[in-house]
Design a protein around this ligand. Structure first.
Ligand code: ADP
Length: 490
């Protein structure tokens, strides 16, 4: 199976969150199984160019039709830790991808409509005929629309589309000018409830809805979240479309790339370890404290790593910080947001706690530091309001760090409470709470910290159980291959 990923993110070069990890990890798994994969990305100015090898122009003159004219692009090729990546660089005054950030621009809908159009033109003009186009999130929702409404008629009859929704909250609701820009035109045809018209705002064009309607198969990133999106308000207005297309919709739990996230080999942690020998983990805890100037004391380290988005339960994150300090633990926060107000809020908190040697707040995106925090912490909190899958809890397990999570989406699918679970005791791997409030969080965090202080052997057993879990791409990789097979056979 020849797969082309069309995506706004790929770890570690263009990473905002889990989508980037998924594209890299799934692509690697597909290749291990003998399926060639190519990845098409925008050529952002703010990428981690130090993780791209052999970057060079491979397609000099790509002219992408846009409004009444065309935009000249160069397509670059390079290897990202072994993955074959193409980067689209437009030469126009719009400067679509030279903004110093990935998202959060006023013209995001136009930027990624252009990217989708350019990716299709690149496939057409370079004569590529992948079996599968695997698209991700709203940014690429127009790809299947363009495939079936435009490019099929230009001879691109071979590919089938798998569309993965990592987050229903951002759907790319925009105006009909995107139709003119991409030459899809025909607003009366597309702005129809069965096609791209937004269900809530009838003058809005919903790009993610287009992805759902036109793709051959739609996935979201955990079985539980597939149900939530279909049957609760977590579909953020798309539940009806999911219902109409339910026969081609399902949840596939994300995997974690166990080569990238491996405490036995991780180049970003000073001491390596595994489930049989945890000495390195305790040494990493010391290194983490040293790096962040935390005092060395008989205390567990509780951490939060994630985007500072209201979805992540930011009030609960703040409460987890103060509660941890109250019960004698240390707390580390690593996170950032495209919203300056949110970043500033946490920067103020950092100033306020500046002299506290049991607490560190780092506002920013720091891949290397994240690895050290996973390794050096005892407990990770993930108090999300909603969480389509969540990778942080699975990465934590791999690093022997006990997750404390709210029972939402993929968190509920992957973490089983030590004391209250219908899983066998030997399969329980963390602490879970239901209510998204302070009391709910405390009910789980208190048990985790209490176990660390009072029953260290039991705590260590829990760590080892988590490390023994297999949340690699092995199983979900097979699942995606089945989906690819299914839509090729139809
Ligand atoms: P989401 O996709 O909602 O952002 P996930 O839990 O699926 O959340 O994935 C988050 C990924 O991004 C993990 O690999 C996590 O380590 C990483 N990450 C999030 N915030 C940061 C940050 N500030 N610095 C470094 N890595 C981060």
């Amino acid at each position: 199976m020849y797969v082309t990923m069309i995506t706004p993110e790929c770890a570690p070069v263009a990473k905002v969150g889990g989508l980037a990890d998924v594209v890299f990890g799934l692509s690697r798994e597909m290749e291990i199984r003998g399926n060639p994969v190519e990845i098409i990305l925008p050529k952002y100015d703010c990428m981690r160019y130090d993780h791209i090898w052999g970057l060079d122009i491979t397609f000099q003159d790509l002219w992408v039709p846009w409004f009444d004219g065309a935009i000249h692009c160069s397509v670059w090729f390079g290897f990202v830790h072994g993955r074959k990546c193409f980067f689209i660089e437009p030469h126009s005054n719009d400067n679509f991808f030279n903004r110093g950030c990935f998202y959060g621009q006023q013209d995001d809908a136009m930027r990624f409509a252009f990217f989708s159009k350019a990716a299709m033109e690149f496939l057409l003009q370079s004569g590529k005929h992948p079996d599968i186009l695997h698209c991700h999130d709203w940014q690429t929702g127009l790809v299947p629309v363009m495939l079936y409404e435009q490019y099929q008629h230009l001879g691109m009859t071979h590919p089938r589309v798998c569309y993965t929704i990592h987050n229903f909250k951002h759907q790319g609701v925009t105006g009909t000018d995107v139709l003119q820009a991409t030459r899809l035109d025909r607003p009366d045809y597309f702005m129809h409830p069965d096609r791209l018209q937004d269900d809530a705002n009838h003058t809005g064009l919903n790009i993610m809805k287009g992805g759902i309607v036109y793709s051959n198969f739609v996935t979201t990133v955990s079985p539980r979240h597939a149900w939530e999106a279909h049957h609760t308000d977590q579909g953020h207005g798309l539940s009806h479309s999911l219902h109409v297309h339910e026969s081609k919709f399902g949840g596939v739990l994300n995997g974690v790339d166990y080569e990238v996230w491996n405490p036995e080999t991780d180049p970003y942690i000073p001491f390596h370890y595994n489930g049989n020998d945890l000495e390195g983990k305790y040494a990493d805890k010391g290194a983490l404290r040293e790096r962040l100037l935390l005092r060395s004391d008989f205390k567990p380290i509780v951490s939060f790593i994630g985007r500072l988005d209201p979805q992540k339960g930011l009030d609960l994150v703040r409460h987890a910080l103060f509660y941890s300090l109250d019960v004698g633990a240390q707390f580390i926060l690593l996170g950032s947001s495209p919203d300056h107000g949110i970043n500033n809020y946490f920067r103020h908190l950092k100033e306020h706690l500046n002299d506290n040697e049991d607490c560190h707040i780092e506002v920013g995106f720091e891949e290397e530091l994240a690895h050290l925090i996973y390794a050096g912490s005892d407990i990770v909190v993930v108090p999300s309001i909603f969480e389509p899958c969540g990778l942080t809890q699975m990465i934590s397990l791999r690093y022997g760090t006990v997750p404390v999570v709210r029972a939402a989406g993929g968190l509920a699918d992957t973490i089983f409470d030590k004391d209250y679970s219908d899983h066998l005791p030997e399969h329980r791997n963390g602490f879970v709470f239901d209510q998204a409030d302070n009391a709910g969080l405390e009910s789980a965090l208190a048990r985790a910290v209490g176990l660390w202080f009072d029953y260290p052997d039991d705590f260590q057993k829990l760590m080892k159980t988590g490390m023994g879990y297999d949340y690699s791409w092995n199983y979900p990789g097979g699942h995606y291959l089945n989906i690819y097979d299914l839509i090729r056979e139809k």
